[in-house]
Design a protein around this ligand. Structure first.
Ligand code: NOJ
Length: 564
């Protein structure tokens, strides 16, 4: 494969390395889950050609960048988060030429492209791991992973008490080439995802090279999977007592496999590589940490650019909780000079239209469908709140259609490995991964010419892009309008603070430059003085009482944007 196939986004190619335009500081970044976005070849599985054909839709939607979940060569034990070859595209998604064409076309449309990087673990089908198993104990390649003898008289017990995020032991025993039971290897996720040993220089070298490979291909950045997990405490000590409760890490970095201080040296090295390239290439950390203060460590000026704000994602639709997480997030990012980020949905959690459809406190995973009408109403209000905050926002494919989670997928259709490892107790991620509807009717509602790898519900057609386009009351047109206002209005996205105003209970009112956002999180309408000219509302409002200063009725579960 030749290098420099796709030019950086036009308008930035002449930028001197290190020049800062800050495109990412307030960018709206759209997550494409390639399996489920658009199927170009009709085999029931989304692919890069499908994404490429739909780029004009994303441009029209008004987002700044696209983040693609993994499309690399992979046995798909964890939907591509098990990578066998970091420099190859899985045939189910296309070829490197398709990736090049996608990057090229996205840039031509003014869209940046962020790819997923999975450095914590590879697939068990990765050449290094296969050879490590084949060569048996003593193989130098075993040093690149965490192989250990088991405990117990015959090594029959795992080397320590760590549990996999997907349930069960974080260790799997190998069989030696002569057929006898051998050492164990560590996998914080599925057994098909062995963890790399980041203390080994070959691992660090390899990932520096992989970064360059994709930067040379023209990508604008990376989303770093499990960014908090790469470094493990020396000696892999037992976790003891608290078990799975500590999966998120602890506020003092005291979990031996997550959020260890050693990860930051890796990101400092990566930052120097990113900065060598023109056009401001960025990286965003997927770091599940217990506090936003710990998250801020990943985005110090010489480390990564952004980190997902999972505390925000996990907050329920309650004004006090929302205000607190917004304040804490902004305060945590200010000292490190990084933009706050905001996200409501992604491919690992129940879609927010469903999370908000029931009582507060459901957590990030639920199989309860709740009240769909209420959930959508709140989801729309939550989106306008998110898009009014200073910093960068992430939109997960299909949320612009107001899609709910598919909570009643038949067990035999499910593919999420955590569903099987957790005995069906808490692995519900397939519900947010159902292919999205483009058309009212037809095979897989326009997803592709064939079927769809997860079954779509019967009502999918009425939620399609086709059905919603041009309908001013639709969620799609709300997103389009919101993103267009956000682009034109100086008070949105930029800056690093909001000015809170007095508000009735359950209501949030905050001001930005030239702009006010009013949010009613309660189930009843409230009366407030209209703060300015109405810009946009997440639901129907009485247009008769929106004159500045007039008493305005802010409906239940509704957000209104005002120009002041
Ligand atoms: C986080 C990804 O978002 C998730 O889908 C995946 O299962 C784990 N990391 C393991 O790679």
């Amino acid at each position: 494969m030749t290098q420099h196939l796709a030019a950086p986004l036009s308008g930035t190619s002449d930028d001197a390395p290190g020049h800062r335009t800050g495109w990412w500081q307030d960018a709206v970044i759209y997550q494409v889950y390639p399996r489920s976005f658009a199927d170009g070849n009709g085999d029931g599985m989304g692919d890069l050609d499908g994404v490429r054909r739909r780029l004009p839709y994303l441009r029209e939607l008004g987002v700044d960048a696209v983040w693609l979940s993994p499309f690399y060569a992979s046995p798909q034990a964890d939907a591509g988060y098990d990578v066998a070859d970091y420099r190859a595209i899985d045939p189910m998604f296309g070829t490197l030429l398709d990736a090049d064409a996608l990057i090229h076309d996205a840039h031509a449309l003014g869209l940046r492209v962020i790819v997923d990087l999975v450095p914590n673990h590879s697939s068990d089908a990765h050449d290094w791991f296969r050879r490590a198993l084949r060569e048996g104990p003593g193989s130098a390649l075993r040093e690149r992973y965490h192989f250990r003898p088991g405990k117990g008289a015959h090594g029959e017990l795992p080397p320590n008490d760590w549990e996999s995020v997907f349930g069960g032991a974080a260790w799997t025993r190998t069989t030696d080439p002569d057929g006898t039971p051998g050492d164990w290897y560590l996998h914080l996720f599925a057994p098909e995802q062995p963890d790399f040993n980041w203390d080994h220089p070959a691992v660090a070298d390899e990932f520096r090279s992989i970064l360059r490979f994709w930067l040379d291909m023209g990508v604008d950045g990376f989303r770093v999977d499990v960014a908090h997990g790469l470094v493990k405490a020396p000696g892999l000590p037992d976790l003891g007592g608290a078990g799975r409760l500590r999966l998120l890490g602890t506020a003092d970095g005291g979990t031996p496999f997550f959020d260890q201080d050693g990860v930051h040296a890796i990101y400092r090295q990566w930052r120097t590589i990113l900065d060598e390239y023109p056009g401001e290439r960025i990286a965003v950390a997927e770091a599940w940490t217990p506090t936003v203060e710990r998250t801020a460590h990943y985005v110090r000026p010489d480390e990564l650019h952004q980190a997902f704000n999972f505390q925000y994602l996990a907050t329920s639709w309650e004004s006090e909780a929302l205000r607190e997480v917004i304040e804490v997030s902004l305060a945590a990012m200010r000292p490190v000079g990084a933009p706050a980020t905001w996200v409501l949905s992604n491919h690992d959690v129940t879609r927010h239209a469903t999370r908000f459809a029931g009582p507060p406190g459901v957590g990030t995973q639920t199989r309860e469908p709740g009240d769909r009408v209420l959930g959508l109403r709140r989801a729309r209000a939550a989106t306008l709140l998110m898009l009014a905050l200073p910093g960068s926002a992430y939109v997960y494919q299909g949320e612009e259609l107001g899609l709910p989670d598919v909570t009643d997928l038949p067990d035999e259709a499910r593919q999420d490995p955590s569903y099987f490892r957790a005995d069906g107790q808490d692995g519900f991620r397939d519900g947010c991964r159902v292919p999205i509807p483009w058309a009212r009717e037809g095979s897989s509602y326009g997803f592709g010419a064939g079927g769809s790898w997860l079954p779509q519900p019967d009502h999918w057609g009425e939620l399609s892009v086709e059905a919603q386009t041009g309908d001013p009351a639709s969620t799609l047109e709300l997103y389009r309008a919101a993103l267009s206002v956000r682009k034109e209005h100086p008070g949105l996205g930029g800056g690093s603070a909001v000015e809170w105003r007095d508000a009735p209970e359950g209501v949030l009112i905050f001001a930005r430059t030239g702009f006010v956002c009013t949010v009613n999180t309660t189930g009843t309408a409230v009366r407030i003085p209209a703060p300015g000219e109405l810009l946009l509302a997440s639901g129907p409002v009485d247009a008769g009482n929106t004159a500045p200063g007039a008493e305005f009725e802010l409906p239940a579960d509704t957000t209104v944007w005002w120009s002041v």
